[in-house]
Write a protein that binds this ligand. Structure first.
Ligand SMILES: [Zn+2]
Length: 232
C-alpha cells in the first residue's frame, strides 16, 4: 500500500531531480537546511519565464531503500509558477522528485530492481523477499506483504513494456539495439546499462530514457512509474 502525504492540488507536475548524493544524505542535508535547491530563475519549468517560480516548501513521502536500509519520510521541494509567461500547460506547481525515486511508490529504483532480481533470477518466494525487507530494515512503519510485491512486479512489467517499445522505435532510427524478449532480458538490460553521459545501472537508464524523450520540457514519460502529470 502506497503511503504518501502529497497534498498537491489538481494541477502539479513532477520533475526528475538528479541527486549526486545518496537519498539519506539528501534527507539529512535538507533537514539541516544545508541543501541548495535550484532557483530556476533563468527559466521557469512551467512557463519558461525568467524570475518566475518560487519555492513553496515541501510535501513528504516515504522512501524505502534496501541498499541504504532505510524507510524515511523524505521532503520533496515544491514550487509555484507565477505565470510570468503564458504557460503551455495548466499546471501551476511542480515538485522535484529525486531521480532514484519512483512516483507514488515507496521503493527506490535500486530496491525495486533488487526485488525483481530476487524473484526472477534467484527464484525466491514472495515470503522470502518480504522477510528480506524485515531483516534489513528496522522501522516500525515498515509494511510489506505479498500484495505489495505484486504491485512492484506490475510496475516492473510496465517498465519492461516502455523500454521495449523505446528500443524498437530507436531501432527504426538505425540505432542497433539489443532486442529484449523476456522480463529477465529487461532485468539484465537495466542492470548492465552503461552510458558515457548518464552512467551505469537502472537509475541511469531511467534518466537516459527520460532525457532521450525530451525530459520535462517535452513532458516525457518516466521509465519507472507514472508521475502526477499522467494521472487523471
Ligand atoms: Zn512560470
Amino acid at each position: 500500500m502506497e503511503i504518501t502525504t502529497n497534498p498537491r492540488g489538481k494541477f502539479s507536475i513532477q520533475i526528475k531531480y538528479v541527486l549526486t548524493v545518496s537519498i539519506s544524505d539528501y534527507y539529512y542535508m535538507v533537514l539541516r537546511e544545508e541543501w541548495g535547491f535550484p532557483s530556476f530563475s533563468s527559466e521557469c519549468p512551467i512557463c519558461g519565464g525568467s524570475n518566475c517560480c518560487v519555492r513553496i516548501g515541501y510535501y513528504y513521502r516515504y522512501v524505502l531503500s534496501l541498499e541504504e536500509e532505510i524507510l524515511l519520510l523524505i521532503p520533496i521541494a515544491r514550487y509555484l509558477c507565477k505565470r510570468k509567461n503564458k504557460p503551455k500547460i495548466e499546471d501551476k506547481t511542480f515538485s522535484l522528485l529525486p531521480d532514484c525515486l519512483i512516483p507514488y511508490m515507496q521503493p527506490t529504483i535500486d530496491t525495486l530492481m533488487q526485488v525483481i532480481g530476487n524473484k526472477l533470477i534467484k527464484k525466491k518466494t514472495n515470503e522470502e523477499i518480504v522477510s528480506l525487507f524485515y531483516y534489513q530494515i528496522y522501522e516500525v512503519k515498515l509494511n510489506i506483504s505479498s500484495s505489495t510485491l505484486r504491485n512492484y512486479y506490475e510496475l516492473f512489467e510496465q517498465t519492461a513494456q516502455k523500454i521495449k517499445t523505446f528500443l524498437r522505435e530507436r531501432e527504426k532510427d538505425d540505432y542497433p539495439e539489443q532486442v529484449l524478449h523476456s522480463l529477465i532480458d529487461v532485468y539484465w538490460y537495466l542492470s548492465e546499462f552503461q552510458d558515457p553521459q548518464y552512467g551505469k545501472g537502472p537509475g541511469s537508464c531511467s534518466l537516459w530514457y527520460h532525457e532521450s524523450l525530451g525530459g520535462y520540457r517535452n513532458n516525457a514519460y518516466f521509465l519507472f512509474g507514472t508521475p502526477s502529470q499522467f494521472r487523471y
